[in-house]
Design a protein around this ligand. Structure first.
Ligand code: NDP
Length: 445
């Protein structure tokens, strides 16, 4: 690492030492950008890296709401507007008790490069709250969302910042948020994506992240002389990304044998019955362990980590950050895993990623592999601006083209700047080059 990069990283650690997820993401990104920094000595004088790792704006706010017992509750809301060099801020809102500034900043930093990789004109941001939607009534979720938007609305807009869903934010929450935005501003505009189909949503947005993950994983396999048909697949999580990854990889000829939630995982050697999972998760909002009541030949195991000890050819972590540690990575490698496609954001620790790469496992990092969601969100923005709705097939075809385009970019960047097949470096570099060029062109802002 050059003196310049090291200095930026050291400064970042000094100022944000307690933000471990943010430092983890920044360390990985800055380390892999070194070949670009070497070729562009002018970046140091322009303070480019210092600007790149510092959000343009981080907004923190109080979210008071009234529970069903009439008690006032208070949560903390966040919106980090990280980088608008190539377009309005764009990135999801996460509702989960673990949410803090470190997590939102790591997600925002990643989002900048992810959005750049899509080739679409969107900058990076992220937000959310430590509110836990689990166990809350619809009315409580609505009151929370209305209060959250009552502060957020003044910071966003269709050409300013366009939030979307993430963990804990699906169609229901986007609907409540959108309703409140419209009520306060009187504007019917594409200020959020992931909207319902009756009020400006895009067909295939729900499926986009999971489908996109499979398109990119397949492109990576093919480029390395392999393919999906006949593969055994393990998918963690059973939320939006996991469900549609399961649907697409199964359609491609893979067999998914395990899925999970934050309590445990189910193993179904005959292949996961996705209709059962959808009913449990999308309709009844129940736990994954109920799967075995509908499919008695399957087994349920308490705890999440064990899912990575199940032998598979393809692993698709689609739950949350740092869910694959070094021990889990080594278990997957020992069982012969050939490819890992990250559906969740930063699901592998730095040590796990290094272990996969050392073992020559094909590894598609999140910012490339899960970019399908934000890509279709950007297509939703285009449709809203045009006041048009494209067909499912049209959106899906564009999504497939975008994901294959992303793979081509990260493959080429890995070959040109790093080591062929190092898609972690390839994704960081390909994403960064466009943002860096735009930032240089716009001066020291
Ligand atoms: P959902 O809330 O729909 O689902 C999340 C799933 O992960 C649930 O099964 C949940 O289980 C599980 N999970 C959450 N936290 C933990 C934890 N700490 N330990 C173990 N399991 C956990 O979220 P999404 O599917 O939308 O998001 C999943 C991941 O994909 C996140 O990292 C998100 O940032 C990323 N992503 C999502 C995009 C999207 O379009 N939705 C786009 C790009 C990335 P439980 O129900 O028990 O909490």
């Amino acid at each position: 690492m050059s003196n310049y990069t090291q200095r930026v990283l050291d400064g970042l650690k000094e100022r944000n030492g307690d933000q471990k997820e943010f430092i983890q993401a920044a360390t990985e990104i800055l380390t892999t950008l070194q070949p670009v920094i070497d070729r562009h000595p002018e970046y140091e004088r322009a303070g480019l890296l210092e600007r790149y790792v510092e959000p343009e704006r981080a907004i923190l706010f109080r979210v008071p709401w009234i529970d069903d017992q009439g008690q006032v509750q208070v949560n903390r809301g966040y919106r980090v507007q990280f980088n608008s060099a190539i377009g309005p801020y764009k990135g999801g809102l996460r509702l989960h008790p673990s949410v803090n500034l470190s997590i939102i900043k790591f997600l925002g930093l990643e989002q900048v490069l992810k959005n750049s990789l899509t080739g679409l004109p969107i900058g990076g941001g992220k937000g959310g709250s430590d509110f836990d939607p689990k166990g809350k009534s619809d009315n409580e979720v609505m009151r929370f969302c209305q209060s959250f938007m009552t502060e957020l609305y003044r910071h966003i807009g269709k050409d300013v910042d366009v939030p979307a869903g993430d963990i804990g934010v699906g169609g229901r929450e986007i609907g409540y948020l959108y309703g409140q935005y419209k009520r306060i501003t009187g504007l019917y505009e594409g200020v959020l994506t992931g909207k319902g189909l009756t009020y400006g949503g895009s067909l295939a947005r729900k499926e986009a992240t999971g489908y996109g993950l499979c398109y990119l994983t397949q492109a990576m396999l093919k480029a390395n002389g392999m393919d999906v048909p006949g593969s055994t697949v393990v998918i963690s999580g059973s939320g939006n990304v996991a469900i549609y990854a399961c649907e697409k990889i199964t359609a491609m000829g893979g067999k998914v044998v395990a899925m999970s939630d934050s309590n445990g995982y189910v193993y179904d050697p005959d292949g996961i019955k996705l209709d059962v999972v959808k009913q449990l998760k999308e309709v009844e909002r129940k736990r994954i362990k109920e799967y075995v009541s509908a499919v008695p030949t399957a087994t349920y195991t308490e705890g999440c980590k064990g899912i990575w000890t199940i032998p598979c050819d393809i692993a698709l972590p689609c739950a949350t950050q740092n869910e694959i540690d070094e021990a889990s990575a080594k278990a997957l490698i020992a069982n012969g895993v050939k490819a890992v496609g990250e559906g969740a954001n930063m699901p592998s620790t730095l040590e796990a990623t290094a272990a996969f790469q050392a073992a020559k496992v094909l590894f598609a990092p999140a910012k490339a592999a899960n970019a399908g969601g934000v890509a279709v969100s950007a297509l939703e923005m285009s449709q809203n601006s045009q006041r048009l709705s494209w067909t499912f097939e049209e959106v899906d075809a564009r999504l497939k083209g975008i994901m294959e385009g992303i793979f081509a970019k990260i493959d080429a960047a890995a070959k040109e700047y790093a080591t062929p097949g190092d898609y972690v470096a390839g994704a960081n570099i390909a994403g960064f080059l466009k943002v860096a060029e735009a930032m240089m062109a716009q001066g020291a802002v």
